[in-house]
Design a protein. Structure first.
Length: 198
């Protein structure tokens, strides 16, 4: 009889621990909209704190993870800088040559194309560096990562967000549920031992 009581208490404790953790995980996201029951209002932690969370996350991302400088350094790193330079210079040269009026070409012949190519060969690096500096200045000035993150979180559909989180962290969340089951079972066993001594 005692062994049955022990098993029942362990099973009940485990079930309570598992259900508690399952409900706690679900309540991070649900209910999305506030639900009033008697004197209490319930809402998921993430939906309720969306604004505070958005600001906090945006600040962390901008300061610690993805500053403007980091983004530009990744775009304009040394590995692809030569290729970017060549593509920009070739495009600029091509566009400028195309824009030379036929009258000018008639008087100067193919010298115009040669002059333009020579100019880009001599002055290209300096011109490119000036363009990049201007791009960095205006790009950094107009790029507001904090604002983008806040805007994206404000536009977030929490049901979709929930699916993403559960998709990414399914194993970890199941692990939390199993931990609840194990801890609940241990508590059930401890309760059984306490009732023996009482």
């Amino acid at each position: 009889m005692d062994i049955i009581r022990f098993i029942v208490m362990v099973m009940i404790g485990g079930l309570i621990g598992w259900i508690t953790n399952k409900v706690a995980i679900k309540m991070l996201f649900r209910p999305v909209n506030p639900v009033k029951i008697l004197f209490f209002t319930f809402q998921g932690v993430f939906p309720k704190r969306k604004d505070i969370m958005a600001i906090s996350l945006a600040d962390t991302i901008e300061k610690e993870l993805l500053s403007k400088e980091v983004i530009l350094d990744k775009i304009l790193n040394e590995e692809n800088m030569e290729e970017v330079k060549k593509n920009i210079m070739d495009t600029l040269l091509e566009k400028l040559i195309d824009k030379i009026p036929s009258m000018v070409r008639m008087f100067l012949g193919n010298d115009v194309d040669r002059m333009m190519k020579e100019f880009f060969e001599k002055e290209g690096d300096e011109l490119f560096n000036e363009l990049i500096d201007k791009f960095k200045d205006t790009g950094l000035e107009n790029l507001n990562i904090r604002e983008i993150v806040i805007e994206r979180i404000d536009d977030l559909d929490f049901i979709e967000f929930e699916k993403i989180i559960f998709g990414l962290m399914n194993r970890e969340l199941k692990y939390i549920e199993v931990i609840g089951l194990i801890l609940g079972s241990i508590i059930g066993a401890i309760q059984y031992i306490i009732t023996i001594f009482l």
